[in-house]
Design a protein around this ligand. Structure first.
Ligand code: FES
Length: 125
């Protein structure tokens, strides 16, 4: 059996925290719109509004939409992270209103990652 590294333990911890957080909220999906200064300047408010609108239209009560600070990549904003229960989080870049609506319906609801706009899979350290 391979030795566990500190970074492996951190990944396990983060994954468990995410799953527990989603379960405790009774949610299946969490969408985070990163709203640092650069995100807002790039259109993150429009992205957030599109996500909220799609949530309203869907009638889903098990999808959470939240915001966070910047994601650390000014040049690729607006960015969002989609976390489905028991799946790796996916970070999307250069999101706009139309992309947000497609990501909501295809990934958040149906589980199909929109790889054409995905930057990365997994959580940061
Ligand atoms: S200020 Fe742009 S990513 Fe943090």
């Amino acid at each position: 059996m391979a030795k566990l590294k500190i970074s492996d333990l951190a990944k396990i911890r983060d994954r468990v925290h995410e799953q527990i957080n989603l379960r405790e909220d009774g949610a299946q999906v969490k969408i985070t719109v990163h709203m640092g200064t650069c995100g807002i300047a790039s259109g993150a408010r429009d992205v957030l509004n599109a996500a909220m609108d799609e949530l309203d239209k869907s009638g889903r009560t098990d999808i959470i939409i939240t915001t966070s600070g910047c994601a650390g990549l000014c040049s690729q904003e607006p960015m969002i992270t989609v976390e489905r229960l028991n799946e790796e989080p996916i970070k999307y870049v250069f999101v706009d209103n139309a992309k947000m609506r497609q990501i909501f319906n295809r990934h958040a609801v149906e589980g199909e990652v929109q790889t054409q706009w995905a930057l990365a899979k997994g959580s940061e350290q």
